[in-house]
Design a protein around this ligand. Structure first.
Ligand code: PRP
Ligand code: URA
Length: 207
């Protein structure tokens, strides 16, 4: 299932990111901010339980998150632009990395790195990648994580194309997707339209 987060602040910041004149510094900062805001929406239905605590005034039962066993998984390299913001919201989370790039000729994902905590079968994974285009990279990343034992995965991207959504929902119907925008389509080079260009290049200034 996909959730498009239509919060005005997120939409406004995303528009700034889309502009071609936005600098690398601003692009990176905006992505970091949007990622934090998206976590706020994404965790809306996370369970809480009562823990007994003591304030300076009195003992009481107060809400704490049930799920604290989070692993943030950026898909390299553009996913790194989102992981910092998510980590701010879950400062105790582990961070696993998956290295994938989309071969420019075949458009197929090529894996080059994977380092995960050994107990991912017991953890909740938040996989992040700003762009869901053909869906090849995200779907391959999710398959790889499941093959390593991951059972509970949430996928968070900034911009999603209908094609990519279809592929991930087909291959991974158990993985909820959160995005800041469902864009119109892909162009002939499988870039998202209107999109924001090459996210990795814009985050790292590698033009
Ligand atoms: C981009 C993006 C996704 C992928 C999306 O990464 O960050 O991982 O493309 O495209 P897809 O849905 O068609 O697979 P890219 O391969 O450019 O690598 P990078 O992050 O290293 O720049
Ligand atoms: N990867 C990107 O960085 N941008 C796109 O539009 C598609 C894939």
């Amino acid at each position: 299932m996909i959730t498009e987060i239509k919060h005005p602040l997120i939409q406004h910041k995303l528009t700034l990111m889309r502009k071609k004149e936005t600098t690398t510094k601003d692009f990176r900062e905006l992505l970091n901010e949007i990622s934090m805001l998206m976590v706020y929406e994404m965790t809306r239905n996370f369970e809480v339980k009562k823990n007994e605590i003591e304030t300076p005034v009195a003992k009481c039962k107060a809400n704490v998150l049930v799920e604290e066993n989070i692993v943030i998984v950026p898909i390299l390299r553009a996913g790194l632009g989102m992981s910092g913001g998510v980590l701010k919201m879950f400062p105790n989370a582990s961070v696993g990395h998956i290295g994938l790039y989309r071969d420019p000729k075949t458009l197929k994902p090529v894996e080059y790195y994977c380092k995960m905590p050994s107990d991912i079968d017991k953890r909740t994974l938040i996989v992040v990648d700003p762009m869901l285009a053909t869906g090849g990279s995200s779907s391959a990343a999710l398959t790889l994580l499941k093959n390593k034992g991951a059972a509970k995965i949430i996928f968070m991207c900034l911009v999603a194309a209908p094609t990519g959504i279809e592929v991930v929902e087909r291959d991974h119907p158990d993985v909820p997707i959160f995005t800041a925008s469902i864009d119109e389509k892909l162009n002939d080079h499988a870039y998202i339209v209107p999109g924001l260009g090459d996210a990795g290049d814009r985050i790292f200034g590698t033009f």
